[in-house]
Design a protein around this ligand. Structure first.
Ligand SMILES: [Zn+2]
Length: 96
């Protein structure tokens, strides 16, 4: 988990997660201790976006060679998005 770039206090998991999923916008994370604002880096956004988009494309081609039931595919995709979002606080980076 990334720490504050100003005071080195570690961000909370929920704090980082809410910045990612909050209204599905890329919000700013403010440090609870010193109030410094941090933005998610472009690379982290890119990483999450491509992970979310690339997997379903691969999945459809290799895991479900036959056209899957729409509901099944949607369920897989939902589970995948939730997984990515749940682990994303551990690999995304912030800048000031
Ligand atoms: Zn701080």
């Amino acid at each position: 988990m990334q720490s504050c770039l100003n005071c080195k206090k570690e961000f909370k998991y929920t704090q980082v997660l809410s910045s990612i999923v909050g209204q599905f916008k890329w919000k700013i994370v403010s440090c609870n201790y010193c109030g410094r604002d941090h933005k998610i880096t472009l690379f982290s956004k890119f990483l999450i976006s491509t992970s979310i988009i690339a997997f379903p494309i691969v999945m459809v081609q290799y895991i479900f060679p036959d056209p899957p039931l729409f509901a099944v595919a949607l369920l897989w995709f939902a589970a995948w998005v939730i997984t990515i979002l749940a682990i994303s606080p551990y690999f995304i980076k912030f800048k000031e």
